[in-house]
Design a protein around this ligand. Structure first.
Ligand code: IMP
Ligand code: MG
Length: 186
């Protein structure tokens, strides 16, 4: 049973504390500021998980960047391995000749980003790069070229800092592993 008042009670372990996340974003924000000095980027957040990291990352980029969002989902249930992805919400911006930086929370199989990259490249951006806060390399099915990477993590399901389990826990400030009882109601 989950107590509404205590999300931390469901947490088994803090994998990456918020101070470590913020330090990493300051560092990467500095790299982005240098790399895009002549060409301020359009940051494209992948809904909904990347909302939190996008908000913190952009405040560490000292350039007049813009933001936009895309929402995508795997086709049907249990087809996360098919790589067939559907656009639920498209960009508002025309990205032709823009310098686009995709902002993703986590790369698991890599299929979502592989699809997204292909879909956005077809619109002929001036450049297209990827930022991902987390990656689980052991789970990879498709390789994607990630330019800015926060942290490599082991093959564990994580929540917090934007990442959810069943829609919840996105507002935890740290990246956490849940107690096993939380899954499956045991
Ligand atoms: P991929 O297509 O398998 O790379 O899927 C990546 C997406 O799966 C991420 O954007 C997340 O929405 C979700 N995901 C993968 N691993 C986790 C996790 O450990 N916690 C929460 N969401 C995850
Ligand atoms: Mg996602």
């Amino acid at each position: 049973m989950r107590e509404m008042s205590s999300m931390m009670g469901d947490v088994k372990e803090v994998l990456i504390p918020s101070e470590e996340i913020q330090a990493k974003l300051r560092e990467i924000g500095g790299f982005i500021t240098e790399d895009y000095r002549e060409n301020p980027p359009l940051l494209v957040g992948v809904l909904r998980g990347a909302v939190v990291v996008l908000g913190d990352l952009m405040r560490n980029v000292d350039l007049p960047c813009e933001i936009d969002f895309m929402d995508i989902s795997s086709y049907g249930a249990g087809t996360s391995s098919s790589g067939v992805v559907r656009i639920l919400k498209d960009l508002e911006e025309d990205i032709t000749d823009r310098h686009v930086l995709i902002v993703e929370d986590i790369i698991d199989s890599g299929l979502t980003l592989s699809y997204l990259t292909r879909a956005l490249l077809a619109r002929k951006p001036a450049s297209l790069e990827i930022f991902a806060l987390l990656t689980k390399p052991s789970r990879r099915k498709v390789e994607t070229r990630v330019k800015y990477l926060g942290f490599e993590i082991p093959d564990e399901f994580v929540v917090g800092y934007g990442l959810d389990y069943g829609g919840a826990y996105r507002n935890l400030p740290d990246i956490c592993v849940l107690r096993p009882e939380v899954f499956g109601g045991g």
